[in-house]
Design a binder for this molecule. Structure first.
Ligand SMILES: Nc1ncnc2c1ncn2[C@@H]1O[C@H](COP(=O)(O)OP(=O)(O)OP(=O)(O)O)[C@@H](O)[C@H]1O
Ligand SMILES: [Mg+2]
Length: 212
């Protein structure tokens, strides 16, 4: 008996378990979604660094495959045509706010929904040079949990967790939290973004307008 226990923890076994774990990670199919500017691309790159998984951006893929058309200065994605392309997800991190509309539940093992407070999002949009209308639309979407609701409905609670990128949390830390959640070392979280409760004066008036 004692010999068996010592065998179980021999360095060979530890190496075997480590390799098996690495192999499992390399097969993963992860989705990252959230409102624009919540940090999807940045966190995906950090997660790629951590795991070696490849990143696919749905926006970039749509542009490269011409799945959509230009209207004024914007490219409007054709969701149906993107869906028909049946994007391969094995060993990939698929990123985009359109994720729940494009990638089926059976194609992903885990979906991270990134959340960010409207105050911080507004600053990120200003840096990007978004106009007032675009800022309002995107803040509205975050306040109303639009992407989060759509991801939870599509993928279900077993495969989904939310992550906050608002405060001093670095993208690398968020990527680690995602990995820990996938490994079952961290509980899944939902409803973390109670923005309407904490909303600033201007966001509260925006919410009033939307609800009237
Ligand atoms: N903890 C964090 N995690 C991720 N991004 C962060 C974090 N803190 C600050 N940021 C910043 O947020 C900004 C937006 O990030 P990013 O471009 O990755 O967003 P996105 O969700 O991919 O946006 P879009 O949907 O418009 O492509 C970046 O400037 C990034 O550095
Ligand atoms: Mg992006």
């Amino acid at each position: 008996m004692i010999t068996r226990i010592s065998l179980l923890f021999s360095s060979k076994n530890v190496e075997f378990v480590r390799r098996a774990k690495e192999d499992n990670i390399k097969q993963l199919r992860i989705g990252i979604t959230g409102s624009p500017g919540t940090g999807k691309k940045t966190v995906a790159n950090a997660l790629c660094h951590l795991t070696g998984l490849k990143v696919i951006s749905l926006n970039k893929f749509a542009l490269e495959t011409k799945s959509g058309r230009r209207i004024d200065r914007e490219f409007v994605v054709d969701i149906q045509s993107l869906r028909r392309r049946k994007i391969a997800t094995k060993g990939k991190i698929v990123v985009g706010h359109l994720l729940p509309l494009v990638i089926p539940k059976s194609s992903l093992d885990f979906v991270a929904i990134l959340r960010c407070s409207p105050d911080v999002l507004r600053k990120r949009y200003l840096v990007r040079g978004y106009n007032k209308e675009k800022i309002r639309e995107n803040i509205e979407a975050e306040l109303l949990d639009i992407v989060s609701f759509s991801a939870l409905t599509k993928y279900g609670r077993k495969k989904v967790s939310e992550f906050d990128t608002t405060h001093s949390r670095t993208p690398d830390l968020v990527a680690r939290q995602i990995l820990q959640t996938i490994e079952g070392k961290r509980p899944k979280q939902y409803g973390i973004a109670k923005w309407s409760e904490k909303a600033s004066k201007s966001d509260r008036s925006l919410l009033r307008i939307m609800r009237s």
